[in-house]
Design a binder for this molecule. Structure first.
Ligand code: KIV
Length: 301
């Protein structure tokens, strides 16, 4: 593949991502920001080696890895545990940890302490928090404390109860205008990038034109500065309802199922293990072994 954004530029950093926004329009496509979620070490390694710019330890881990039916039950300790594993697998990409529901909704000093745990204990280079106006004070406090923050507006799954479900946002002119304002407010508060989730493409494009920091879209159209997807969605590992914005690049569920059924079949039919999977013992040692076990009495068959 000829264009692997930033692969020749070494470590992805917050300033470098922000600079990409200032590139000439014709080179901007080749420098689009790529982002994928990861929750474990081997996946993080593969994603990093593929040249992805940002590895997001999304709170989607709650649903795709831990089997919860929303992101809300994820605990701070669970999120830290997954971030540590991802950190060990990444060398080049920027590691961003999603702060789980409840870890930044209380007192500012407690939210700050929780964010610092992602940096100090888990090795995250930035945190992501959901929401607009209500998060502005926290975002400025985090950036004052040298913690880069990625914002997230539009459909924010942690507020799905308040939003009445997982619904596209910014569908009326007023709601769309409010989204533009919110994104600008996040930028002014100090966010180095803003995720736009499930908003109409023209709204995503308008926000992207107005912001000086990159927008990372998920269901926000091709006008954003970058894209993010959930790893399991991209590889066809998610079952059940798949959002419209997902593009599947593989059907790994089917491949895994086929492989597991073949294993069960092989063991049951004696096709596995074969000689090549088996360890040997010299003839002399085998003879002595057989004599030795005879003294234990007859075997059962
Ligand atoms: O948790 C997550 O995976 C996310 C992305 C979808 C942006 O927040």
């Amino acid at each position: 593949m000829s264009i692997l954004p930033n692969q020749d530029h070494g470590k992805v950093t917050v300033p470098e991502l922000m600079q990409r926004k200032n590139l000439a329009a014709d080179s901007r496509n080749a420098r689009k920001v790529t982002c994928l979620t990861a929750y474990d070490y081997p996946t993080a390694r593969l994603i990093d080696e593929a040249g992805v710019d940002i590895v997001l330890v999304g709170d989607s881990v709650a649903m795709v890895m831990l089997g919860y039916d929303s992101t809300l039950p994820l605990t701070l300790d669970e999120a830290l545990h997954h971030t540590k594993a991802v950190r060990r697998g990444v060398q080049r990409a920027l590691v961003v940890a999603d702060m789980p529901y409840g870890s930044y909704h209380g007192e500012i000093h407690e939210s700050l302490r929780n964010a610092m745990r992602f940096v100090k204990e888990a090795g995250a280079e930035a945190v992501k928090i959901e929401g607009g106006e209500r998060r502005l004070e926290l975002i400025s406090r985090l950036t004052e404390a040298e913690i880069p923050v990625m914002g997230h507006v539009g459909l924010t799954p942690q507020s799905s109860t308040m939003l009445g479900g997982f619904k596209t946002q910014g569908k009326t002119s007023e709601a769309a205008r409010r989204l533009v304002e919110e994104a600008l407010e996040l930028e002014a508060a100090g966010c180095f990038a803003v995720v736009l989730e499930a908003v109409p493409a023209p709204v995503g494009a308008e926000i992207t034109r107005r912001l000086r920091v990159p927008t990372i879209g998920i269901g926000a159209g091709a006008g954003c500065d970058g894209q993010v997807l959930v790893y399991h969605d991209l590889l066809g590992l998610t079952e059940g309802h798949i959002p419209r914005f997902v593009k599947r690049y593989a059907n790994l569920s089917r491949e895994i199922r086929d492989a597991l059924e073949a294993y069960v079949h092989d063991v049951r039919t004696g096709t596995f293990p074969e000689e090549q999977h088996t360890y040997t013992i010299s003839d002399g040692e085998l003879e002595r072994f057989e004599e030795a076990v005879e003294s234990l009495g007859p075997s059962r068959d």
